[in-house]
Ligand binder design. Structure first.
Ligand code: NAD
Length: 486
């Protein structure tokens, strides 16, 4: 891509150039150069997108399920046909490796598959004849109307698709707001939805911007609910705002995940899992295992190998096939990670490998950092408590599983993921029961639920009652009960 692309809004089936005066560059982090500008939509544009979605709702909800499913099959096919191109855009705007982007695409499309698979069965109601003489009762599930889908930067395609296919197939209409940092992949999907899937105008709308756009969507009377994935401080705010406006919401927040390595763990199998959990996506994953808790003798067996494997990761542009870790998403993200390295050193942790030393000479302006590994970390240090969202692993050593669980359950109030590496079924069972996190891994470094399971999350990592992916069927429909006497 040589020329820069200034993004437009998709409102009521038409591309609209925003009239805003507020534009922000979005970047190729591998080169550290702008790819174009993203508009911060005006209040009127946000309202117009919500109105367009509301206007399309009646016809869309009355469209037979089979027709909607047919369109979703087309969406799946279009995404498959363009998957390599979409993966490349994902890498170009986010920085992650092509292999990681291809993985994102698989999970993205898997959510379309699952929405198709459950459309008929899970959206069906129930009935009971003769609840009283001559009286029958029926419960049906109905779509509600317009939903806002607000997304974070780190999975520009997969996270919108935790929600989008389910809302659409169930008869709701949507306004999607991608992250202003990585808006490019969804912009391309919007083009494909318009030109190749050919959803009716207004069923799918795209707006761009930041907090004001999100507030505008939530407070708009046409919007019935919001899905949000992002950091915990913003999640809290969105959850509260949705409540104030009487909107239903699914709100996923930030994370600080621990990987516990027991002394009986199989070192050779554990090693690649923990390295990729800590440093995959350059640590910018809500399921990143950024605290590595080594129990008793595990440290003796693992630490040196972990340090060597982390330092050996090949850092470079995500589009280069041999790259194992891409850049972080922005210069701001890079400064933030560096500030945590400094904080770790100030608080007395020692570095086994220092990612600040890594340079990628061909791309001096890219936002590169190598893998940093801290040892001698205690649970009260900032690097152990805060979500850093970058390639830093904090190694702690404790004597028992109970002590590891204490770090997980009391060290932070996040509860997104926790994993244990062990060859003992008993240890695994105890860990799964006691760790207060919504996604548990046993000998798995990134415990990301498949689309046909809900994506978990507890405590400060999740607000609401219904989780992303398959469980959204209940979120995107309402119950209606009809009692009949003839
Ligand atoms: P972010 O909170 O900065 O932004 C998320 C979205 O909220 C963006 O669309 C942004 O424009 C919007 N936003 C920002 N400030 C806002 C405000 N004051 N009011 C309303 N909207 C606002 O998050 P990010 O940096 O894009 O993404 C990284 C975060 O997302 C991390 O904390 C990560 O753990 C989290 N995340 C969580 C999950 C999960 O499932 N729990 C999954 C992926 C990412």
């Amino acid at each position: 891509m040589s020329s820069q692309t200034d993004l437009e809004l998709l409102i009521g089936g038409r591309w609209t150039k925003s009239e805003t005066s507020e534009w922000q560059s979005y970047y190729d982090p591998a080169m550290g150069r702008p790819l174009g500008k993203v508009p911060f939509s005006t209040k009127e544009e946000v309202a117009k997108a919500a109105d367009s979605a509301a206007a399309a709702f009646d016809a869309w909800r009355s469209t037979p399920m089979g027709v909607r499913v047919g369109l979703l099959f087309r969406l799946k096919q279009v995404m498959e046909d363009h998957s390599e191109e979409l993966a490349e855009l994902n890498t170009r705007n986010h920085g992650k490796t092509m292999e990681e982007s291809r993985g994102d695409l698989r999970r993205t499309i898997e959510n379309v598959d699952v929405a198709i698979a459950v459309a008929y069965t899970l959206s069906k109601g129930s009935n009971l004849d003769q609840i009283a003489p001559g009286i029958d009762e029926k419960a049906s599930k109905e779509p509600l109307g317009v939903f806002a889908v607000v997304c974070p930067f780190n999975f520009p395609l997969m996270i919108p698709f935790w929600f989008l296919p389910y809302a659409l197939v169930l008869g709701d209409t949507v306004v999607v707001k991608p992250s202003e940092i990585t808006p490019l992949p969804m912009q391309r999907v919007a083009t494909l939805i318009k030109e190749e899937v050919k959803l009716p105008p207004g069923v799918f709308n795209l707006v761009h911007g930041g907090s004001e756009v999100v507030e505008g969507l939530i407070s708009n009377s046409a919007v019935r609910g919001v899905t949000f994935v992002g950091s915990t401080p913003v999640a809290r705010k969105v959850f509260k705002l949705a409540g104030e406006h009487g909107k239903r919401s699914i709100v996923n927040g930030g994370a600080k995940n621990s990987l516990v390595v027991m002394p009986d763990a199989d070192v050779e199998r554990t090693l690649p899992s923990v390295v990729s959990s800590a440093f995959g996506n350059a640590g910018q994953r809500c399921l990143a295992g950024s605290n590595l808790i080594m129990v008793s003798d595990a440290k003796k067996k693992m630490l040196e190998k972990f340090g060597r494997a982390s330092a050996a990761l090949r850092v470079g542009p995500g589009l280069r096939p041999e790259t194992e870790m891409g850049p972080v998403v922005s210069s701001r993200a890079k400064r933030r990670v560096v500030s945590y390295i400094e904080a770790g050193l100030e608080q007395g942790a020692k570095m086994l490998s220092d990612g600040r030393r890594v340079v990628v000479p061909e791309h001096p302006d890219g936002y590169y950092l190598g893998a940093s590994v801290f040892v001698g970390v205690s649970p009260d240090m900032k690097i152990a408590k805060d979500e850093i969202f970058g390639p830093i692993a904090s190694v702690m050593d404790v004597r028992t599983l109970d002590a590891a669980l204490e770090v997980i359950n009391k060290g932070t109030n996040f509860g997104n993921m926790a994993s244990v590496f062990t060859t003992s079924g008993r240890t695994a069972r105890e860990f799964s029961r006691e760790a207060r996190a919504g996604n548990i891994g046993v000998n798995i470094g990134v415990a990301a639920p498949a689309a046909y399971f809900p994506f978990g999350g507890m405590r400060d990592s999740f607000f609401g009652t219904t989780h992303p992916q398959i469980d959204t069927v209940d979120f995107f429909t309402d119950r209606k009960v009809t009692i009949t006497r003839w």
